[in-house]
Design a protein around this ligand. Structure first.
Ligand SMILES: Cc1cc2nc3c(=O)[nH]c(=O)nc-3n(C[C@H](O)[C@H](O)[C@H](O)COP(=O)(O)OP(=O)(O)OC[C@H]3O[C@@H](n4cnc5c(N)ncnc54)[C@H](O)[C@@H]3O)c2cc1C
Length: 373
């Protein structure tokens, strides 16, 4: 979110300083792991759809700006998205409501139709499919680098290895204290991800930071030839633990080798995002493998890689975005609750609006930090 904001501010001709405590990108926060799903029929809430529509335009623009015609270099891949769940569950009716409210294209598929179209899936009893053509994935590390490089080409300064310790509004702007010294500016945008709690002082957002597991598996040995590849296979989400579920991506010839799967449900809570991370346990791997065995047996092969990543969950699962209550020179973007990356492109524009104009034409009132003030 921070790199996108730097880019949008710099391209408007503003003098911009980006401060990052680690490297860019890095593997200690929320943006690593090679892929982030992007979809428009937003079961979480239909009000996100207009933001996604602008987000899609900006991702396409970023691809063009980076000249990414070569599939291995592209930031945004359209694969289609298949969501499986009970007809009266959370995911399919939620996606349907968002699609109907905003006139989006979709197809409802019976279990048999899903298996005909995507033979790798075994669809459980009572489940139906919702297919959205205009879904896919973003490559987060690549997108972050692109935003940073473009910001710098428009004159922004980005400093890595510089931790912000605290901030204070002064009459005309903001003073920020970092490990290296003091910085003054007209406006501060706080995009500290899992470390946001430390920056918030009086705001009772009730953020919880959770450890999330992701893993990559090889194609099952007896199913060589099954195509789970980009081009043949969609991004997918299965409502395995209502209202949450497992999700994954097609296999690619770039990034991490293997078939990626993860569980979208807040995991084990972390007291300190910088604290010691436990490795991925055998039980956690076995649980992911059990899901593949049941729903996508072609992908039930040996484990190739695994890692952990952090969610910053807000109390209601919705983003916390807008002017910092009581501090007119500060804008907050946090609590992305495990579903924020797809919005990074449009967040850059929105955060830049708030910093430059004090307001944005985007409909983001429903995400305002005021609800926690
Ligand atoms: C396993 C996993 C899967 C996900 N899947 C999806 C998906 O499919 N689709 C989707 O849309 N979203 C997904 N998400 C969510 C998405 O990745 C996050 O919502 C998004 O990355 C949040 O961005 P951010 O900028 O808030 O956090 P980050 O990318 O973590 O950035 C915050 C940055 O602030 C820096 N920072 C913090 N404190 C300080 C300080 N004091 N001084 C200087 N720098 C500081 C941190 O080092 C960090 O680099 C997933 C997340 C995870 C963990």
């Amino acid at each position: 979110m921070g790199s996108a904001a730097c880019y949008h501010l710099a391209r408007r001709g503003k003098r911009v300083l980006g401060l990052e405590q680690f490297d860019l990108p890095h593997e200690l926060g929320s943006h690593h792991g090679h892929s982030r799903m992007i979809r428009q029929s937003y079961y979480e809430h239909p009000d996100y759809v207009p933001l996604l529509q602008r987000g899609y335009q900006l991702w396409d623009e970023l691809n063009e700006l980076c000249g990414n015609k070569d599939p291995g270099q592209r930031i945004f891949h359209r694969t289609g998205g298949l969501y499986l769940g009970p007809r009266d569950g959370a995911i399919v009716p939620g996606a349907l409501a968002a699609a109907c409210e905003h006139g989006l294209d979709y197809q409802l598929l019976e279990a048999r139709e899903v298996e005909q179209r995507f033979p790798a899936f075994r669809v459980g009893d009572g489940f139906v499919g919702f297919f959205e053509e205009d879904a896919g994935f973003i490559r987060p590390e690549k997108a972050l680098r692109a935003h940073v490089n473009l910001a710098c080409s428009h004159g922004a300064e980005i400093r890595t290895g510089e931790e912000i310790l605290d901030w204070q509004e002064n009459g005309s702007g903001v003073t920020v204290r970092t490990r290296r010294g003091m910085v003054e500016g007209g406006h501060l945008i706080l995009t500290a991800g899992a470390w946001s709690g430390r920056m918030l002082r009086d705001l009772e957002t009730g953020f919880s930071v959770t450890r999330q597991v992701l893993a990559w598996f090889d194609v099952a040995a007896d199913r060589a030839g099954a195509s789970l590849l980009l081009g043949d296979f969609p991004c997918w989400f299965i409502e395995t633990e209502a209202p949450y579920g497992h999700y994954g991506f097609p296999m690619t010839e770039f990034g991490q080798r293997g078939f990626k799967i993860a569980l979208h449900r807040p995991g084990e809570e972390m007291d300190d995002p910088a604290g010691e991370r436990t490795g991925v346990s055998e039980e956690e791997i076995a649980s992911l493998q059990g899901v593949l065995r049941k729903w996508i047996p072609d992908a039930d092969g040996p484990l190739l890689a695994s890692c952990t990543c952090l969610y910053t969950n807000s109390a209601d699962g919705h983003f916390v975005l807008g002017p910092y209550p009581g501090n007119g020179n500060v804008t907050l973007a946090a609590g992305f609750s495990g579903h924020g990356y797809k919005f990074a492109s449009v967040m850059g524009e929105i955060l830049s609006d708030f910093a430059c104009e004090g307001a944005t034409p985007h409909p983001v009132e429903f995400l305002s930090p005021q609800r926690f003030a």
